[in-house]
Design a protein around this ligand. Structure first.
Ligand SMILES: [Zn+2]
Length: 200
């Protein structure tokens, strides 16, 4: 948040006060000037929610996501909206991997840690259906997916954010550009989401 400050005393005044931090708080939380994600912005949830705790409902998560989808697709068009969801998911996956996973683990141990984390955070139940390590070509399923399990059948996949999320995790872990595409989804009438992940 931008905070107005008293002018600095003459002796400490910077030749260019614009370059000086205006506050010890996160300067880019002023959303009018744009925003860049920082993991620390997720806050100290334990202290902030001593009674309600760390968890929320799937309903509130989906309400947030689907209202964003509504507004962004009306403002920017469906295709651009989907691209932005993928982009945001990718950022989330990259940060999630950096902060919560150990990228020095070998593949099987890394996937096992990822599976545990996704269950712990109630994001979904990940399984590896196919892993061609020579070509880095993977087919993954996510059951009870936070984004889509139980949705009406739209006849199209809807887990754009998840596509980005998986891309971000694989990019970060394997150190190269990946692409994740959802090929089955609850919203296409399947009981699980299925993603093909391979080098971009
Ligand atoms: Zn899905």
């Amino acid at each position: 948040m931008l905070v107005e400050r008293e002018p600095l005393p003459e002796s400490n005044a910077s030749p260019d006060p614009i370059l000086q931090p205006v506050s010890s708080e996160r300067g880019n939380m002023s959303h009018n000037d744009g925003y860049e994600f920082d993991w620390e912005d997720l806050g100290d949830i334990k202290t902030g929610r001593p009674n309600l705790g760390q968890e929320t409902s799937v309903l509130s998560y989906r309400l947030l996501q689907f209202t964003f989808k509504d507004v962004l697709s009306k403002e920017l068009g469906g295709e651009r909206c989907n691209q932005l969801f993928i982009q945001a998911g990718r950022l989330a996956g990259q940060q999630f991997c950096r902060k919560l996973l150990d990228t020095t683990l070998p593949f099987e141990a890394f996937i096992s840690a990822l599976q545990k984390k996704l269950i712990e955070l109630k994001i979904g139940v990940l399984r590896i259906e196919k892993a061609d390590l020579a070509n880095l070509d993977f087919t993954l399923t996510v059951s009870e997916d936070l984004d889509c399990s139980g949705l009406p059948i739209f006849g199209a996949t809807v887990c754009d954010y998840d596509e980005g999320f998986l891309t971000g995790i694989f990019n970060e872990y394997l150190g190269r550009e990946f692409s994740a595409k959802e090929i089955d989804c609850w919203a296409t009438g399947d009981r699980t989401c299925r993603f093909r992940v391979h080098p971009a």
